[in-house]
Ligand binder design. Structure first.
Ligand code: 5GP
Ligand code: ZN
Length: 151
């Protein structure tokens, strides 16, 4: 998709802070995080939302989500995490390239308090990347367990 912002990020034509790249899936930081460490899981192939995404790719996105929740809760000690995908404009979808939000939560408020956002700073991005970097192999372990070591 020529003008899709997430396709452009994946092709390297627009910048993003990448957390993970591999096996047809990328994870990068949301530019307007709800809380520090707000990530987006995005397939390399363009689909609009969960309604037109092939099941194998949907399964891959949520396998990565499970790995990230494991890392955030068990390794980094975050007390809460939201995993969300918005399908369609009335549900709040703004970028029409499927993505799953993984939002670490320190401050509480549940899903009703997902609106307080700020612009991602370089300092915040680099701090979070340094925190999560030692545990990124867990994503490959989860994908390997579900999809096999090859792909
Ligand atoms: P949606 O509402 O479609 O589920 O979420 C789209 C998300 O993408 C929003 O949280 C928004 O902040 C994020 N976003 C939009 N444009 C960009 C961008 O250019 N780069 C990054 N990293 N995130 C973006
Ligand atoms: Zn796209």
């Amino acid at each position: 998709m020529e003008n899709c912002i997430f396709c452009r990020i994946i092709r390297g034509e627009a910048p993003a802070y990448f957390i993970y790249r591999g096996r047809g899936v990328s994870v990068f930081l949301d530019i307007f995080p709800v809380e520090k460490g707000h990530m987006l899981i995005v397939p390399d192939e363009h689909y609009e939302s969960l309604h037109d995404t092939p099941p194998r790719i949907a399964a891959k996105l949520f396998t990565v989500a499970a790995a990230l929740v494991r890392i955030l809760r068990n390794e980094l000690g975050f007390p809460g995490v939201n995993v969300i995908t918005n399908s369609g404009r009335p549900a709040g979808q703004e970028v029409f390239h499927i993505h799953v939000h993984v939002i670490p939560r320190w401050h509480g408020g549940g899903w009703r308090r997902l609106v307080s956002r700020h612009r991602l700073t370089d300092e915040e991005a680099n701090e979070f990347i340094d925190m999560i970097k030692p545990y990124i192999h867990i994503i490959d372990e989860y994908l390997g367990e579900v999809f096999g070591e090859g792909m």
